[in-house]
Design a protein around this ligand. Structure first.
Ligand SMILES: Nc1ncnc2c1ncn2[C@@H]1O[C@H](COP(=O)(O)OP(=O)(O)OP(=O)(O)O)[C@@H](O)[C@H]1O
Length: 230
């Protein structure tokens, strides 16, 4: 029997954020995603996409309102508690994949386990299974990340992001350097692996072709000068 998760994976309530009082402001009255739901975020340059991702990751905190991650009040936690939570509960895949070029494929994935202080044996096993599922079998595990193609490096980045079966996976323009075939292959691999973990995906891109992969979309729209609402 599968039980319904008690809390939304991520929930924003009356969120407001500004860098300087009286300046540009991000305002999101309500946003709620359940486990396994995927959201596409789009918006013009400067509309607040990076700002939103930083709030969702707990890198910054809102000036007003609430951010709940799997029932935990992210907005009330100290910076160090947010760092710890992020290490386990949030995976990220950015355009710059941020792999360590001189480390092996396996060690790049396992870096996340070190930050998350996750049980070593279980993480070793999961890393090997994930890499294999992503088409990188045992002959790749000891290769340096720098020896892989860009497509293979992206798969390593996906494996690293999903290693701890996080509540949330955040992707920021990870497909912008890819042609259409590679982009579609990347999307399929990312979302099918996220689905296996029940991970909720929030994906930022300028590429409206990608919307079809997502359950929901959020348009970051400038309503009036300096204020953005969604
Ligand atoms: N550290 C900062 N201090 C002050 N203002 C900032 C800071 N970072 C971003 N801004 C402003 O906040 C607004 C939103 O910026 P943000 O980087 O979130 O937009 P974006 O949608 O990610 O843009 P892009 O698509 O170009 O990356 C912009 O008006 C930007 O100038």
């Amino acid at each position: 029997m599968t039980t319904k998760p008690k809390f939304p994976a991520i929930e924003l309530k009356d969120l407001k954020f500004w860098y300087q009082p009286g300046g540009w402001q991000l305002a999101i009255p309500k946003l709620s995603l359940s486990s396994g739901q995927h959201l596409f975020v789009r918006g013009a340059s400067g509309s607040g996409k990076t700002t939103l991702l930083n709030l969702l990751c707990g890198i910054t905190v809102p000036n007003a309102g609430e951010i709940w991650l799997n029932g935990m009040a992210l907005h009330q936690l100290s910076a160090s508690r947010r760092d710890k939570l992020r290490a386990y509960e949030i995976g990220v895949v950015f355009q710059q994949l941020n792999l360590i070029p001189y480390l092996s494929v396996l060690d790049n994935v396992l870096l996340r386990a070190a930050f998350a202080r996750a049980p070593a044996a279980a993480m070793q096993q999961r890393a090997r299974e994930l890499l294999t599922a992503l088409g990188l079998g045992d002959n790749y595990w000891q290769q340096k990340a720098s020896q892989l193609s860009v497509g293979q490096q992206q798969r390593v980045a996906i494996a690293r992001a999903l290693l701890t079966q996080p509540t949330l996976l955040i992707a920021d323009e990870p497909t912008s350097a890819l042609d259409a075939d590679n982009r579609d292959a990347f999307m399929q691999v990312l979302l099918s692996e996220a689905d296996k973990s029940g991970t909720t995906v929030i994906f930022v891109s300028h590429d409206s072709q990608l919307q079809r992969y997502f359950h929901y979309q959020l348009a970051m729209t400038a309503l009036e000068q300096g204020v953005v609402a969604c």
